[in-house]
Design a protein around this ligand. Structure first.
Ligand code: ZN
Ligand code: ZN
Ligand code: ZN
Length: 219
């Protein structure tokens, strides 16, 4: 059963917390009242709410900046179209500044209008930070879900794209995938993304794994 309770890591200090506690942690520990950039604190969730991100981005940044980031960390497979939508599915222009969204605003997002991945974007606070190189900064991300092989229970490596319609995707270790006669051409790697197993998504632009990220940001 999918639950809401997938813990994540703070990318600024490494602490491991649930989604709500993480928001409070970020506001308390990592906002910099003297910072020159006023930012929106943004929560992004998949339809499966075990996938979540906390981000900040200057109020002067645009939805396009957010779209670019979401594509890199979670979505990009073949350059599909995407859109941010308000209630009633009215589409926001990609040039819309984040300052247009007040604290508490929630908007939808869709990547790929065929095999769509839907996300929910919540503007959950305003913070300040020192000037950053990138507009969108990753503050926290859910830890990878530990998918188990449906046959033997070992950690899974592949997801069967032919069988994505159950409550949980069918995942296999490589050995069992061969035995189970999963068509390996139709299998995709396990990724930490709500787009896992969809279209041709392999997560090759996702360089935001916690271990990898911590290594790169050590001076
Ligand atoms: Zn922290
Ligand atoms: Zn695709
Ligand atoms: Zn197995």
């Amino acid at each position: 059963m999918a639950t809401n309770q997938q813990k994540g890591n703070c990318y600024l200090c490494g602490v491991e917390l649930g989604k709500v506690a993480m928001k409070n942690h970020i506001l308390k520990q990592h906002s910099d009242p003297a910072g020159e950039q006023e930012c929106c604190l943004i929560k992004v969730e998949g339809m499966d709410k075990r996938y979540w991100l906390l981000l900040d981005a200057p109020t002067t940044a645009s939805l396009k900046n957010l779209d670019d980031f979401l594509r890199r960390i979670w979505l990009e497979c073949c350059g599909h179209m995407s859109a941010f939508m308000g209630s009633g599915y009215q589409e926001f222009p990609m040039s819309r500044r984040l300052s247009a969204f007040t604290e508490g605003a929630r908007i939808g997002y869709e990547y790929d209008f065929g095999d769509t991945t839907e996300l929910l974007i919540s503007f959950i606070g305003r913070t300040r930070r020192k000037k950053q190189r990138e507009a969108v900064r990753l503050l926290a991300r859910n830890k990878p879900i530990e998918w188990k092989c449906a046959k033997c229970g070992k950690p899974a490596e592949l997801v069967d794209t032919e069988d994505m319609f159950g409550e949980e995707p069918s995942c296999y270790c490589e050995a069992c995938a061969k035995k189970a006669e999963v068509d390996l051409d139709m299998a995709l790697p396990i990724t930490n993304s709500p787009r896992m197993g969809v279209c041709a998504y392999e997560g090759e632009l996702d360089h935001y794994g916690f271990e990898e990220y911590a290594k790169c940001n050590k001076k």
